[in-house]
Ligand binder design. Sequence first.
Ligand SMILES: *Cc1c(COP(=O)(O)O)cnc(C)c1O
Length: 377
Amino acid sequence: MRRVRFVDLVAQQRAVGSEVQRAVVDALDRTDWILGTDVQAFEEELAAYCGAAGAVGTDSGLSALELALRAVGVGPGDEVVIPGNTFIATALAVSATGATPVLADVEPLTHLLDPARVEEALTPSTRAIVPVHLYGQLADMEAIGEVARRHDLRVVEDACQAHGARRWGRRAGTQADAAAFSFYPSKNLGAYGDGGAVVSSDPTLLDEVRMLRNYGQRRKYHHVSKGFNRRLDTVQAAALRVKLRHLDAWNEARADAALRYSARLSDIGVLAPQVAEGNDHVWHLFVIQVQAREEVASLLGRCGVETGIHYPVPIHRQPAYGELAWQAERLPIVDAQADHLLSLPMHPFLSEADTGHVVDALASALDRTRMREAIHG
Ligand SMILES: *Cc1c(COP(=O)(O)O)cnc(C)c1O
């Protein structure tokens, strides 16, 4: 039986492993393991790739988000509007600054932050908005930027799922105060462990993040702020430099797979993921909605097809955020969709046979669940 992995790091390693190994050995031999030459080079290459003025490497995407928020002045007493469907890190970054996350509903077809709902979530305490480029396409940055301008708010993009994604030709990291990236291994650009970066075209902001990530110092042992140790590892940067050169080709391979999936989904009565006008989607995740999700997922599993759920429990229903439970009334779309979201395998190494097998398996799983529902109601 064909096995289709949700993410295939083994295939990725086969493709670039030896190239990465040489770069990593060079970095080890150079012995500049903290903020070494590869960190600086990677920061420059990532910024150039995004079309931004600069980048600052961090130890994770969560750190990148938190430090970017701190750098734009977010702190205790502030509110930050984020979408209701995102990975928990978006909320945790806000909480880490001492501010309060405020959840806004998403657009039903793209699952992206709805600018109209952002407007409704504003209070006199709102300081910033964090649009999340969920699943690999950019949120409506023009409309969100417009809300921000009208209310004098800062905007930090959560680009942790959108390496290389573009909106009207411009990449994440160029349409707001800053963008935060994660290099968690399964992201479109992944490290061999944790890593992250803040990308921005504001030199003051970049300088602030650089200071905060390195013990609050610009000059060694001269501490202007109670900073952190959130530096990107030099060895990770060496590996990321190699992988950055493959990112565009990998994103194209993801888009090819997405096209193959989408072409067949309507035939089996499933709505293909919607790409918003102006967007080049990089397909970090390929998310559909199905009835009887648990059963469909388990039937797919029996056919060797791995699936995921992004995300099964919305933030306002997490025990960690009990204080946000009351916001459910503002999140009808997030709540209605949470039980139906299903992520199909998505990575650059999916063959035509793989995507074909996934849709075949999905078709028979849906047949079975629909039949059962027709009989039992
Ligand atoms: C992965 C991810 C993060 C966090 O990244 P880490 O590197 O794991 O800290 C934040 N936001 C979103 C939307 C993500 O997908």
